[in-house]
Design a protein around this ligand. Sequence first.
Ligand code: SF4
Length: 117
Amino acid sequence: MIEKEVICVICPSSCHVTVKGDGKTVSEISGYTCKRGKDYAEAEYISPMRTLATTVKAEGYSCPIIAVRSNKPMPKEKIFDAMAEIQKAVATPPFYVGKTVIENILDTGVDIVLSNQ
Ligand code: SF4
């Protein structure tokens, strides 16, 4: 039995949800106040996802770095390796919000895009 406490971030109540299972499936869950929190905690237990926001080197831009983010949440376990990939990348003109800097990073189906100009 693997137990994990998840703090729900869906609303400011920040409920502490206790999830138990085998690490891949949930057998017991308690502490949530609503279904959204239950769903969030189950997803966090089975496969936590995060949106990545950072900076990347930029050439031909007014600053040596530019802000990027993932275009959707990606597996939390891939964040460290994704950061290493982003460190190697260089953004080039034209610069516009949403421009893809790295497509399908680490075969996650997630793109790294410019988040501001
Ligand atoms: S479980 Fe429901 S009430 Fe509690 S923090 Fe999550 S969304 Fe808010």
